[in-house]
Design a binder for this molecule. Structure first.
Ligand SMILES: [Zn+2]
Length: 71
């Protein structure tokens, strides 16, 4: 399940466009809304634990610890 946040200005801060994807901690497969409701990963069959994978578009200063994507 991916949620994309467009770049925006919040107060005096510029928030880069970024994307947060919730993935299965066991196999790294993206967690769908159905899997989120059942709590079981259909890819590996284990109860998944949320792990957020954050992608940031490098339009300004990259966030520490986040992988960056060229655009
Ligand atoms: Zn899995």
């Amino acid at each position: 399940m991916k949620t994309t946040y467009e770049a925006k200005i919040v107060g005096k801060l510029t928030v880069c466009k970024h994307e947060i994807e919730i993935v299965c901690v066991h196999c790294g497969d993206s967690v769908s809304e159905h899997e989120e409701s059942t709590g079981t990963c259909t890819n590996c069959g284990k109860p998944w634990s949320p792990r957020q994978s954050t992608s940031v578009w490098a339009t300004s200063v990259p966030q520490a610890g986040a992988k960056t994507l060229g655009e």
